[in-house]
Write a protein that binds this ligand. Structure first.
Ligand code: TMP
Length: 255
C-alpha cells in the first residue's frame, strides 16, 4: 500500500485520501468491535473478506440502478469510492426479529415481520447511537425530507434485492444497517449515494434450514467461528474459490 494521507480512522475501516479530490480510499481492517467498542478483537483476514463481499454487493446494487459510492476494488483490502459527506443516521431494515428490537419491544427472536421495518439510529458513539425517528432527522437537519424519502425508497429496494440474492444461496436476510452520504463534484451538488459497506459486519444472515448465524453476532455473542462464517458467505456467493484460506493476508496501515 502506498503512503496516503489518512482522513478518518473508524472502527472497522480507515479512510485515506483518493487520487482525485472527489474520491477516497476505504481500507478494510481486521478489527471487530461490539457494544459501542467495549468489546474489541482482531480477526485475521476479516477485512479481506468484507472488502470482497462488500465489493460484490455494492456492484450488484449499482446494477439495479441504486446510486452508490462504489468505483472499484483496488486490492485485497482497499476500494476506491466517491467521497461523501456521511448523513449521520444508521438506516436499519428488519425482516425478522433479532438484536436490539427483541429487547426493546419484548419480541420473540425469529418472529417474521409482515412488512419490512425501517428504523433510524443517530451515528453518535458518545451517546451509544440512540434510536431516533423521522421528525428528529428533519428537525435537526440531519437530512432533508427529500433525502429521507430517497433513503426509504433505496433502503426497501436494497432489502428486496438482497433478500432474494441471499435466499438464492440458502441464507435469510434477517436485518441490515446501511449508510448514505452526499457526493459533491463538478457534475453533482450533494447527490445521495449509498455509502460505507455491506458485509456480514452490518447484516444478520441465518441459514434457511438450521438458522445458524453467518454474521457478527458470532462475535457479539462470543460463539466463535466468525472468519469461517464470513468465508462461507463469500463462498456461497461465489466470490471466493471454495475453502481458500485467508489467514496469511496481513497488511500494515500506513498512517
Ligand atoms: P441491532 O439489532 O443491534 O439494532 O442491529 C440491527 C442491524 O444493524 C444488524 O444487522 C447489525 C447492524 N448494526 C451495525 O451494522 N452497526 C451498529 O452499530 C449496530 C448497533 C447495528
Amino acid at each position: 500500500m502506498s503512503k496516503k494521507k489518512m482522513l478518518y480512522d473508524g472502527k472497522a475501516k480507515t479512510i485515506f485520501e483518493g487520487p482525485t479530490p472527489d474520491t477516497v480510499i476505504q481500507y478494510f481492517k481486521d478489527d471487530a468491535t461490539a457494544n459501542n467498542a467495549e468489546k474489541h478483537a482482531i480477526i485475521d483476514g476479516k477485512g479481506v473478506l468484507n472488502n470482497s463481499i462488500s465489493d460484490f454487493l455494492m456492484r450488484r446494487i449499482q446494477e439495479i440502478g441504486i446510486p452508490t459510492h462504489y468505483i472499484k476494488k483496488i486490492n485485497m483490502r482497499e476500494q476506491l469510492v466517491k467521497k461523501v459527506e456521511i448523513i449521520p443516521v444508521e438506516f436499519v431494515v428488519r425482516n425478522i426479529a433479532a438484536g436490539s428490537i427483541v429487547k426493546r419491544l419484548g419480541l420473540k427472536e425469529g418472529e417474521v415481520f409482515k412488512n419490512p421495518l425501517i428504523e433510524y439510529y443517530l451515528k453518535r458513539d458518545d451517546l451509544g447511537d440512540p434510536f431516533i425517528n423521522e421528525d428528529h432527522i428533519i428537525n435537526f437537519k440531519w437530512g432533508t425530507r427529500e433525502e429521507l424519502e430517497e433513503m426509504q425508497e433505496y433502503g426497501l429496494r436494497i432489502n428486496d434485492f438482497l433478500r432474494g440474492l441471499f435466499l438464492g444461496v440458502g441464507l435469510k436476510l434477517v436485518d441490515f444497517k446501511i449508510e448514505f452520504g452526499r457526493h459533491f463534484s463538478d457534475e453533482h451538488d450533494g447527490v445521495l449515494l449509498l455509502a460505507d459497506e455491506i458485509s456480514p459486519d452490518n447484516c444478520r444472515l441465518w441459514d434457511i434450514k438450521t438458522n445458524n448465524k453467518y454474521d457478527k453476532d458470532l462475535f457479539r455473542q462470543e460463539l466463535g467461528g466468525l472468519k469461517e462464517a464470513y468465508q462461507e458467505v463469500a463462498e456461497r456467493l461465489k466470490i471466493l474459490p471454495e475453502k481458500k484460506k485467508y489467514s496469511s493476508f496481513k497488511t500494515e496501515i500506513v498512517k
